[in-house]
Design a protein around this ligand. Structure first.
Ligand code: SF4
Length: 201
């Protein structure tokens, strides 16, 4: 089961570049970031995020074009099932995940169009600082051979998903793969540096 905090649900413009995102805060965070901005999200709070609730949220927020999970909870299969539902029921909607982990599984890369990795470290700063250890990736499924599916593919070599080890990774204003990031994933963290916004999670 994936739980979210209904009263924190909002439409946001800054978390995913060029997208109008419907953002839901997911509880039961399994992260342990030093300087966590929302420690209450580590608790088992909120309500179950169901496919019906997702449908209703999307219907109530006309114009959004990205569904953003702020956190991933402790039930990866349920999370992937929700992503699968969005992909099937709302094909025009992109799907994003803010993970606080250093690395995510191939099924996550397959299921989401945007993936943020890396725990928050105060000494490195948030996404809008060039010293940040966090990275936001745009997943080009057509290039990876994965057309937005949520299942792991045997075509993907295991070694391509080796851990991404935080700072320092150079700023990459052009397409280039960091070690361990799947083919088709583009580091777009630099977009935050240009705009100077403050997505501090
Ligand atoms: S991922 Fe977010 S909520 Fe979870 S520990 Fe890190 S800062 Fe806190």
């Amino acid at each position: 089961m994936i739980k979210y905090v209904p009263k924190m649900t909002s439409v946001v413009l800054e978390e995913i570049p060029d997208r109008v995102s419907l953002a839901v805060d997911i509880s039961n965070c399994r992260g342990n970031c030093v300087g966590c901005h929302s420690p209450f999200l580590k608790l088992d709070i909120g309500e179950e995020l169901t496919t019906g609730i997702i449908d209703a949220l999307i219907a109530d927020n006309f114009g959004v074009n990205c569904f953003l999970f702020l956190g991933e909870g402790r039930d990866p299969e349920a999370l992937l099932a929700l992503a699968r539902h969005i992909r099937g029921a709302h094909p025009a909607m992109e799907i994003a995940l803010y993970s606080g982990r250093e690395e995510v599984e191939p099924a996550i890369w397959d299921a989401f169009d945007y993936v943020k990795v890396g725990p928050y470290r105060p000494e490195c700063g948030p996404l809008n600082e060039r010293t940040t250890n966090q990275r936001l990736y745009r997943v080009h499924h057509e290039e990876s051979g994965m057309p937005g599916t949520v299942t792991s593919s045997p075509r993907r070599a295991k070694g391509r998903f080796a851990p991404h080890k935080g700072n320092p990774i150079p700023a990459l204003p052009v397409r280039r793969l960091a070690p361990g990031i799947p083919v088709g994933a583009e580091d777009i963290t630099f977009r935050f540096w240009r705009k100077g916004i403050d997505p501090n999670r």
